[in-house]
Design a protein around this ligand. Sequence first.
Ligand SMILES: *[C@@H]1O[C@H](CO)[C@@H](O)[C@H](O)[C@H]1NC(C)=O
Ligand SMILES: *[C@@H]1O[C@H](CO)[C@@H](O)[C@H](O)[C@H]1NC(C)=O
Ligand SMILES: *[C@@H]1O[C@H](CO)[C@@H](O)[C@H](O)[C@H]1NC(C)=O
Ligand SMILES: *[C@@H]1O[C@H](CO)[C@@H](O)[C@H](O)[C@H]1NC(C)=O
Ligand SMILES: *[C@@H]1O[C@H](CO)[C@@H](O)[C@H](O)[C@H]1NC(C)=O
Ligand SMILES: *[C@@H]1O[C@H](CO)[C@@H](O)[C@H](O)[C@H]1NC(C)=O
Ligand SMILES: *[C@@H]1O[C@H](CO)[C@@H](O)[C@H](O)[C@H]1NC(C)=O
Length: 287
Amino acid sequence: MAIRSCLPVPALSVERIQFLLNLIVYKAEFFLRASTGRGIDDISPGLVQGPVPVGATLAVLDNDTRRIIEELGLTSVGHMRAISEFTQLNAPIPRPVLNLSAEVFTAFANAALNVSTLTPPFNVYASTTNFLVAATFVSSLLQQYYAGLIPSTVGSVQQRLVAGIALSEAAGYGVLRAQLYPRVNQTVSPYTFTLGRLFNLITELINRLGGCGVKDEGLTVPLQLGAENQTTSNVVPADVNSLAYPRTERELLRIVFGTGNATRPGAIFPAGFNGTLFRRIVLQRLA
Ligand SMILES: *[C@@H]1O[C@H](CO)[C@@H](O)[C@H](O)[C@H]1NC(C)=O
Ligand SMILES: *[C@@H]1O[C@H](CO)[C@@H](O)[C@H](O)[C@H]1NC(C)=O
Ligand SMILES: *[C@@H]1O[C@H](CO)[C@@H](O)[C@H](O)[C@H]1NC(C)=O
Ligand SMILES: *[C@@H]1O[C@H](CO)[C@@H](O)[C@H](O)[C@H]1NC(C)=O
Ligand SMILES: *[C@@H]1O[C@H](CO)[C@@H](O)[C@H](O)[C@H]1NC(C)=O
Ligand SMILES: *[C@@H]1O[C@H](CO)[C@@H](O)[C@H](O)[C@H]1NC(C)=O
Ligand SMILES: *[C@@H]1O[C@H](CO)[C@@H](O)[C@H](O)[C@H]1NC(C)=O
């Protein structure tokens, strides 16, 4: 099997931030529409421009979770505004084609469980637990991108911007995992598997799609993978020194496209990403 490159593609800091915007727009639309039924255009008219996401639905969430998801969606709108104010990536920020249909996540769940279909199909919008699983993976990808982006960012304004956004995202990511951790032994209704097992299988799928080793981890792990080899809880996943795992552009694309191929769009981003870095990845066939 070919070894897929795990090195970052050479790019300017501003190109990486432009790449990042695709993910932030996605997170904001997904979180806001699922928690409140409103999108970025309702919160901050004129901030983004481009096709309205398809397939979004209000999720069935308990009240605390709804507030948390709404807040984290709103913070992403702030992050976009900060980028448009402090870089040359001025508003309106182009919104990529986004497919937020339940079926897109059903396909990820089926692939993770290695079944052609679950009965009934997994519906990300059907419960607090289901939605938290998807939300956690979205936040994970952003947090991992920041871990790679921070050391490569040039310019003090851009460094401050990226650090501020990254720390906000990392905090939100921890909050989401902390919501899931106490539910790890719960059965995911109406199926027979537990949340912990579903979560583990999705992390394995994501690691397979990314193609660059184990960077997503379950909510509980064997002792040898826990912090200082002394705990099986894994609320904050990290490497052997408890440092966050970085992911590059190509790993992220392979994952969010669901194809394991950074030049073959699909799933959440059926038309690919906006921006020069993604175009270069496609032109240079950096799958
Ligand atoms: C959740 O919020 C709704 C609407 O604000 C309210 O009617 C309901 O009582 C709340 N449920 C709980 C358990 O607090
Ligand atoms: C890029 O953004 C524009 C809106 O400015 C949108 O019409 C277009 O479809 C986007 N391209 C991709 C690949 O999503
Ligand atoms: C969104 O995904 C669903 C399920 O895979 C698919 O049927 C639909 O055609 C997609 N829509 C777009 C605009 O890609
Ligand atoms: C999925 O299941 C098939 C058999 O049904 C097996 O051949 C294949 O190796 C499994 N894939 C993974 C990734 O476990
Ligand atoms: C889950 O179950 C295992 C095994 O029964 C137990 O050791 C663990 O404490 C449980 N975790 C939580 C968060 O309830
Ligand atoms: C934990 O175990 C791993 C091997 O699984 C080892 O590489 C690492 O040094 C250990 N860490 C500590 C703090 O003992
Ligand atoms: C990735 O996708 C592109 C476009 O569909 C295709 O031409 C290429 O062969 C694929 N590469 C790999 C390694 O699968």
